[in-house]
Write a protein that binds this ligand. Structure first.
Ligand code: G3P
Length: 218
């Protein structure tokens, strides 16, 4: 399973990369706007740091605009993946871009039916939004499981990115399903490390080691 960071914050990305467990990054207009950085410059900086797939989203909603933006963004780095919203124009743009060898990530996916269309268009990645489904009292994990099953049925090559991840159990459940990738906020990545028994265990080992050293002096 690959782990992508769902952020445009350079400090967070640096930390994750230093830990050696980050394979890529996903951004969206909201995450970019939080940083207040120049869009293309920030995408380049992220690519240079992570040296893996970095999703950058188009903001045009029409086919021509999406394709134009995608071609420009793809010039930034070999690592750029074009994030395209799940609409008829978006799917048409994905088909065009995949024929040109430009990698795409179909975003804002909320149903297995939409995920089928993304795969049919030749998307490199599809991003079902788990947390936002849960927010509406729908079962995000069930949607994810159905997409995994459908993709396995047909051997679709589009990789599934479990997105809109809110807590560690989303990550674990996605991994149990064999999802290709989870994209997670930095705060959730930090929480993956945590277990109170680990903290307690370290505390006890340190106390006992201190006692051992004191006994040696006697
Ligand atoms: O990047 C797309 C997705 O992961 C957004 O998540 O938390 O805004 O629903 P969220």
């Amino acid at each position: 399973m690959k782990i992508f960071l769902d952020t445009a914050n350079l400090e967070e990305i640096k930390k994750g990369v230093e830990w050696g467990i980050v394979d890529g990054v996903t951004t969206n207009p909201t995450l970019i706007s939080k940083e207040g950085a120049e869009f293309k410059q920030r995408v380049k900086e992220i690519c240079d740091l992570v040296k893996g797939p970095v999703s950058a989203e188009v903001v045009s909603l029409d086919y021509e605009g999406m394709v134009r933006e995608a071609r420009e963004l793809a010039q930034i780095s070999e690592y750029v993946v074009i994030k395209i919203p799940m609409t008829p124009d978006g799917i048409k743009a994905v088909k065009t871009l995949s024929a040109e060898g430009i990698k795409t990530n179909v975003t804002l996916v909320f149903s297995p039916a939409q995920a089928i269309l993304a795969a049919k268009a030749g998307a490199t990645y599809v991003s079902p939004f788990i947390g936002r489904m849960d927010d509406l009292s729908n079962d995000g994990m069930r949607m994810l499981a159905e997409i995994v099953e459908i993709y396995n049925n047909y051997g679709f090559e589009t990789e599934i990115i479990a997105a809109s991840i809110r807590h560690p159990m989303h990550v674990v459940e996605a991994a149990l399903m064999g999802v290709d990738i989870v994209t997670i906020p930095f705060a959730v990545l930090e929480r993956l490390f945590k277990h109170p028994m680990t903290d307690l265990g370290i505390e006890r080992f340190m106390e006992d080691w201190k006692k051992y050293l004191e006994n040696l002096k006697k």
